[in-house]
Design a protein around this ligand. Sequence first.
Ligand code: CU
Length: 180
Amino acid sequence: MQAGEIKGKVNVQGLKSAENIAVYVEAIPGKDFPAPAQHVTVDQKQMKFVPHVIAVQKGTTVDFLNSDPVGHNVYWPSISGNKKLAHNLGTWPKGQSKPFQFNDLGFASLLCNVHPEMSGYVVVVPTPYFAVTDKDGNFVIKDVPPGKYTVKTWSEEGKPVTQTVEVSGASTSVTLTVSK
Ligand SMILES: [Cu+2]
């Protein structure tokens, strides 16, 4: 059978916005996914991490690019609260990037020592099946093989939500509600 997509919408209760919520397929028993060769980029642009939230499969290398004429100091104090996984990437000039391979599941809260208003998140997930919601809470997870899965959310402000989803055709719809 052909792979399908999980298409859906996240509604929020008590959250500022339905944007920037990671939705991903939880670990699949008996399935291991090799680390992706392709890097992804998180930019530091106009004193912001862009995108604000990025989801990556475990093992992905993120290139942290600096597009600003000032130095930023990128660090994360933990991964999902585990302070042993804290890391400081240091400071580098405009136009350069520093890679980091995320091999631990969970979320890294990106911060900058120089600009306390800067914040971003890398959400490390166990499968290649994930998406981040747009400003209206919509998402599409592409290329999901047929099967029964647990879909889970991560958001900056809300509690995680899980739901069972069965992919059997070209497109499977799911609605999730995330609350504070
Ligand atoms: Cu900064």
